[in-house]
Design a protein around this ligand. Structure first.
Ligand code: ADP
Length: 300
């Protein structure tokens, strides 16, 4: 089982001619409300990849539809708390130049309690994983407790908070960052330096660095006295229309394979294929491909 302690957001999306100005009231011709949040997206990707995923999070008690949608996509929602706090949400304006302006309200995503985390870890077994991003509270607490329970920790520090990330790395088994997050974490301003520094900076954990349309690099944990080679897998060449949730799709598919002890190169290839399919579609959770679609794409 993988316990994903992560955000659940409702993304309210408005297509507008221009961003609303001070004092202006503007009508929007177009409105969509979509399930989002890195946490929820990664749970959906895990479920689509075939993993046994239990989402750990919180929403407002009136938002049953959110739970129904996650359940329909294959995510176990039993461990999602229903609180008297608004569900996390984003008000997103999309203008004609495809730029966005976003107001984010963390709401219930930052109202997780230690008792909730304790309850989750009490039911975890050897071989289970905890996955976290940086869109909820209790990150340090959860990792510390996970390690005490012998549960492995995967961490995708997005959005990046370098100070917090450095502090929690001792509890992390697998760190997953994109290029910008890697640069921010290491305090450098170019990708080349970041990917050179990354394996030496964190030899005690395994690191995945996704490289956008270039692909992905994997730096395995160094074992005493043995030098372990890094892996590089190229991305698939596709017509990208919306890269939202590419990273989330990658993480879900890759972790699902790792939990099945799949060969790492195969795991990375499958995850690259899944995220390549994701960028060919608009949207977040709805753009994440099924395992059958990924298998068919790989067979081409
Ligand atoms: P994030 O979405 O977190 O910024 P990346 O941009 O690094 O993460 O993308 C994650 C993965 O998605 C990459 O490793 C790659 O396999 C795939 N990917 C992203 N953009 C493209 C693209 N334009 N074409 C093909 N694959 C892509």
């Amino acid at each position: 089982t993988i316990y994903n302690l992560g955000s659940i957001n409702l993304d309210h999306l408005y297509q507008v001619d221009h961003f609303v100005r001070p004092g202006e009231t503007m009508a929007s011709q177009n409105y969509q409300c979509l399930l989002g949040g890195k946490g929820a997206n990664q749970s959906v990707a895990l479920a689509k990849a075939g993993a046994d995923v239990k989402h750990v999070g919180a929403i407002h008690h009136s938002d049953q539809a959110v739970l129904d949608q996650l359940t329909e996509l294959g995510v176990d929602t039993q461990l999602i708390a229903r609180l008297e706090v608004p569900t996390g949400h984003a008000i997103i304006q999309l203008n004609k130049a495809a730029e966005n302006a976003i107001i984010l309200y963390q709401g219930a995503n930052h109202a997780l309690t230690e008792a909730q985390v304790d309850g989750v870890l009490a039911q975890a077994n050897d071989g289970d994983w905890v996955l976290l991003q940086n869109e909820t509270n209790l990150i340090e607490y959860t990792m510390e407790q996970a390690q005490a329970h012998g549960v492995k920790v995967a961490f995708n520090p997005a959005p990046m908070d370098a100070e917090l990330t450095k502090k929690v790395l001792p509890w992390v088994d697998l760190l997953i960052v994109n290029e910008v997050e890697a640069m921010d974490l290491l305090g450098v301003s170019d990708v080349e330096s970041a990917s050179k520094m990354l394996p030496n900076a964190y030899p005690d954990l395994s690191v995945l660095m996704t490289l956008g349309k270039a692909g992905v690099r994997y730096f395995p944990k160094q074992q005493a006295g043995v030098s372990v080679e890094s892996l590089f897998v190229e991305a698939f060449s596709v017509e990208a229309v919306d890269t939202t949730a590419a990273g989330d799709t990658f993480i879900g598919y890759c972790l699902s394979s790792l939990m099945n002890d799949e060969d790492m190169t195969l795991a990375l290839r499958r995850a690259c294929a899944a995220s390549a399919l994701c960028v060919t579609k608009m949207g977040a959770a709805s753009a994440i491909p099924s395992r059958a679609e990924v298998t068919e794409f790989l067979a081409k």
